[in-house]
Design a protein around this ligand. Sequence first.
Ligand code: SAM
Length: 225
Amino acid sequence: MSVDNRLQRIAGMIRRGDRVADIGTDHAYLPVFLIKEGIAEKAFACDVSDGPLENARKTVERSGVDGITLRKGDGLLAVCPEEIDTAVIAGMGGDLIARIISDAEWIKNGRYELILQPMTAVEDLREYLCKNGFEILKEQAVSAHGRTYTAMKVVFTGQKTDCDPVFYFVGRLSENMGEDELTYIKRKRRIIENLAKDISEVEAKKDTYQMLCAAMDGIDRLLEI
Ligand SMILES: C[S@@+](CC[C@H](N)C(=O)[O-])C[C@H]1O[C@@H](n2cnc3c(N)ncnc32)[C@H](O)[C@@H]1O
């Protein structure tokens, strides 16, 4: 079974030998890949819904691999704290990812790594992480199926930070600039520019407009390097 670039990038961020929970696993493609490749020692394929869990069961059965446990549950509540080292939460909105993290107080512990791959509301997720004591250690972009995504490795440090808007928009992507990162950041720059244009004449949104302009300047400086 082959997995796409996005899941491969996520798999590449996982520590070898970890016990991994894939939260919102759907077809369990990631857990099967992690076990087959010898990346994870054990994997939990977790989902809140019966349909995806049935998909997962079929994928695991077809693969013939051992070491994957299926769990039904809401977010991280599907696993016990002592069972895992890493949690992957991928392919969901950033707001849902933040809610799943905040519902599991035990994940606020530096021994766990979180690999997060939000599809939307990425800025909100980065802001949530910064303001709640999580640190984004590494972030990479990846293109798949005509779209560019970001994936981040996160740990809890307890240190709450107020990051600047540029960080909320591009995270740590600029630290490892490759083709995919450049595509992601340029696209984000265009989105911010359009948002700014839309509100440039709205007096009540003056502060947001100024923040967006500052973010564009910051991104332009990053892209000049
Ligand atoms: C689009 S799929 C993503 C599948 C896979 N993680 C990926 O990245 O390709 C989203 C999955 O998350 C599941 N999901 C949504 N909310 C969830 C929650 N609160 N807890 C666990 N799973 C959830 C859905 O049932 C669905 O199977």
